[in-house]
Design a binder for this molecule. Structure first.
Ligand SMILES: *Cc1c(COP(=O)(O)O)cnc(C)c1O
Length: 382
């Protein structure tokens, strides 16, 4: 087999990846490799992954209904908890209907593949998440990639690319840069060109909007976007994802999405955990307020160090260029007691390898200052 040659090739380019098991629960401070580190690598933005009330909800469903679901939801894997969670998510997102998936990856792949096919065109932002890219590929639609957040380029592409059906897809908060899609402009372009719009709120759910429903909520665009996808795996601290849309879109996707039809349903315990997490996200502003205090503190600190930073989301990239530079900076931060991951191609474009800091409501001001102090002491910059 050729696997070892390929691995050697990845290693030589600084692109090899390794697993490292956590020796503690997910949290602002974790044990890993025998070390205690302040964790800036997790997407658990509100600290709900280890929340006691979320755990209690999961345990109670686990005790009542067991672990496995036995089959896909369309066979015998559906429960009242799944349906209750979908109704809860639809009310949280103020949409007509919601549909659960086992992961955000599955949601994007399944939804795209259900809605467009070989006679259609998908217009996709160049920095969209891999799950949207894979969804485009598996849909077999023609894919037009437009430059990152370039509304004029998208306008021109829409004007010059006729098709049976046209769908624009974008992250709302970009996963490796933390910036926002120009959502108002995208909505108006889609209206004027009669295209549909699908947005991925993975890093906005729980973080943006006064109730935590995402960038669409923050901008009052819930009804203007055809399909909104959110995750249960990041700020909601669990696993799974959902789309929100009209009843007919949800019914169609339920009938067609291969990750739903051909995959076993999410365990009820995870649905119960998500229900408890949505309640905390929607009704407990204090979590989001703490997260945003940390975001503002960190962004001011980065700017004071001469690093570009805007308080737009919980994600802060420090772009360093080559994979080796990012790995070296990550190792140096680790020796200062900080867990900050090096993000390299193909997750980000070649030449933009970076450190990616993720902030959480569970971080103290002291944790945030530790990261800023370490960056200053180590003189990390491009
Ligand atoms: C993490 C992520 C996903 C995938 O979600 P999972 O639940 O982890 O599978 C999809 N889209 C974006 C933008 C993401 O960051």
């Amino acid at each position: 087999m050729w696997a070892s040659e390929e691995l050697a090739e990845l290693s030589s380019r600084g692109l090899r990846r390794f697993l490292e098991p956590l020796e503690s629960p997910q949290g602002p401070v974790v044990r890993i490799g025998g070390e205690t580190l302040v964790n800036f690598a997790s997407n658990d933005y509100l600290g709900l992954a280890s929340s006691l009330s979320v755990r209690a909800a999961a345990i109670s469903a686990l005790e009542g209904l067991g672990v496995g679901t036995g089959a896909s939801r369309l066979v015998v894997g559906d429960t009242e908890i799944h349906q209750r969670l979908e109704a809860r998510l639809a009310s949280f997102e103020r949409s007509e209907a919601a549909l659960l998936f086992n992961s955000g990856y599955a949601a994007n792949v399944g939804t795209l593949q259900s809605l467009v096919g070989p006679q259609d065109v998908v217009f996709s932002d160049s920095l969209n998440h891999a799950s949207l890219i894979d969804g485009c590929r598996l849909s077999r639609a023609r894919v037009v990639v437009y430059p990152h957040c370039d509304v004029a380029a998208l306008d021109a592409a829409l004007a010059s690319t006729p098709a049976r059906r046209r769908l624009v897809v974008t992250d709302t908060v970009f996963s490796m840069d933390g910036d926002h899609a120009p959502l108002r402009e995208l909505v108006s372009l889609c209206r004027s060109h009669r295209a549909a719009l699908l947005v991925d709120e993975a890093h906005a759910t729980g973080v943006l909007g006064s109730r935590g429903a995402g960038l669409c909520e923050e901008l009052g665009l819930e009804d203007a976007v055809d399909i909104r996808m959110g995750t249960l795996s990041k700020a909601l601290g669990g696993l799974g994802a959902y789309i929100c849309s009209s009843r007919s879109v949800v019914e169609l996707v339920l009938n067609r999405a291969r990750p739903l039809v051909f995959s076993t349903a999410l365990p009820a315990a995870l649905c119960a955990a998500a229900e408890a997490a949505v309640d905390l996200v929607e009704f407990d502003d204090s979590l989001r307020a703490r997260l945003w205090r940390n975001i503002r503190r960190f962004s001011e600190g980065l700017r004071a160090l001469g690093l570009p930073a805007e308080p737009r989301s919980a994600i802060f990239p420090v772009i360093l260029g080559e994979p080796e530079s990012a790995l070296e900076a990550s190792r140096a931060l680790r020796s200062e007691g900080l867990l900050v991951k090096a993000i390299r191609p193909p997750t980000v474009p070649v030449g933009t390898s970076r450190l990616r800091f993720c902030l959480s409501a569970a971080h103290s001001e002291g944790h945030v200052d530790m990261a800023l102090d370490a960056l200053r002491r180590l003189g990390i910059r491009r």
